[in-house]
Design a protein around this ligand. Structure first.
Ligand SMILES: Nc1ncnc2c1ncn2[C@@H]1O[C@H](COP(=O)(O)OP(=O)(O)OP(=O)(O)O)[C@@H](O)[C@H]1O
Length: 379
């Protein structure tokens, strides 16, 4: 019987090593193939050290060669176990990659009540209006509010079957898909989340959510920099973080801690920049008057100090609070100054993310650049 090494490689292209996702050939598991007569020797390296994984790969290789190349072939397999070297690079994304979600951005703040959720909902809507597919995961374990801001307070995610598995269908409004812990907790009962518990619940919302294809998933993190945050940000494949602060000194001190948290070696999530919320107060009837009630340019100066991008500012305006409370964020109000402010900030975030993702395939970068109108992205 005659066959070539190529026949063997072709057959091995159709199977994967246990837990490694890609084909044996694509994943470079097969280190050598020797053929003579009716005999084939396959050297294969896998990362799973269990006996079960070794037996499974031996039986699959033998089976696939006999089916695809020839029944009579005598197959000898040498399995070597080698743990892949962990690669520490500045662009590393922690956690398991989610193939259908292209970019995960965490929105954080050190201090509570600085407007992190307000910024998240408006940025999500701006992204959706630019044509991106967008999801929001409300991870604020202390007080989820996105379901209110998106006017879906009473909604509950439906259970759907996807490839035989039960998944949660996010609730959708204003072109944004939303999953929130707020859908599952009783607003009258305080839930005390510990780090691992919170990260498990959030992992479930992310991995068991039927998000479809998303260009962006924004995660509204709880305020602070504690144990819950560490668990969340270490477990999820976050591409970049945005930190929200008011110009007030105590908020800035906490924002600085927030930035430092993402920069810790064990977390290593790039900080895309800082947004200054409540930068000044403007009465609706006197739009040209600015009152710097929390101080002036605090977050801008912090960004310069810690060499982080300043992504823009949002004033303290009554309509921002009102529109959030009634579930119709200001970014929906076409042609207004505030809508434009959120569009500008959103473009800055996308620009920074593109720089961070500069190792993505060029088509992806171009597509996102074009959609958000970020022609000014310097690469
Ligand atoms: N720029 C703004 N102008 C007016 N009101 C604002 C502005 N930003 C936020 N608010 C209001 O301030 C309050 C707190 O905002 P938000 O809930 O977004 O903050 P947060 O940082 O997410 O809070 P938490 O600590 O609860 O997570 C809300 O009532 C919101 O409507």
């Amino acid at each position: 019987m005659s066959f070539t090494k190529q026949d063997i490689y072709k057959a091995l292209e159709t199977i994967t090593a246990p837990g490694e996702g890609k084909s044996l050939i694509e994943n470079n598991n097969v280190t050598n193939v020797v053929t003579f007569g009716d005999e084939v020797i396959v050297d294969v390296t896998i990362s799973n050290p269990t006996l079960q994984a070794k037996k499974k790969i031996e039986s699959e290789i033998s089976k696939v060669i006999k089916i695809a190349v020839g029944e009579k072939i005598e197959v000898k397999i040498n399995v070597k176990v080698e743990k892949p070297e962990p690669k520490e690079t500045p662009n590393q994304i922690k956690g398991k990659a989610i193939p259908n979600i292209k970019n995960i951005i965490a929105i954080a703040s050190g201090k509570g009540g600085v407007g992190k959720s307000t910024i998240t909902s408006n940025v999500a809507i701006s992204l959706a209006k630019m044509g991106f597919s967008v999801g929001v995961l409300d991870a604020d374990v202390y007080g989820p509010s996105q379901h209110i801001m998106f006017d879906v307070e009473k909604a509950r995610p439906l259970s759907v079957k996807v490839d035989g598995r039960s998944k949660m269908q996010p609730v959708e409004n204003y072109g944004v898909k939303l999953l929130s812990l707020g859908f599952f907790t009783n607003p009258d009962e305080a839930v005390i989340w510990r780090g691992p518990m919170a990260s498990k619940a959030l992992n479930q919302l992310i991995f068991d959510g039927d998000w479809g294809e998303l260009d962006f998933l924004l995660i509204d993190l709880p305020p602070g920099t504690g144990d819950v945050h560490l668990s969340i940000v270490q477990a999820l494949p976050i591409n970049g973080a945005v930190v929200v602060s008011t110009p007030q000194n105590i908020a800035l001190a906490d924002a600085k801690k927030g930035v430092a948290m993402f920069q810790q070696e064990s977390i290593n999530v790039p900080v895309l920049g800082i947004i200054e919320n409540m930068a000044y107060f403007t009465p609706e009837e006197l739009p040209n008057n600015k009152y710097y009630i929390f101080g002036k340019d605090g977050a801008k100066n912090l960004a310069i100090d810690i060499k982080t991008k300043f992504l823009g500012e949002i004033p303290l305006v009554q309509s921002i609070r009102e529109s959030g409370d009634v579930g119709h964020p200001v970014a929906l109000q076409e042609g207004t100054v505030l809508e434009k402010s959120f569009t500008d900030i959103t473009k800055e975030i996308v620009s920074e993310l593109l720089k961070r993702n500069s190792n993505l395939p060029p088509t992806e970068v171009v597509r996102i650049t074009t959609m958000s109108g970020c022609s000014s992205v310097k690469k």
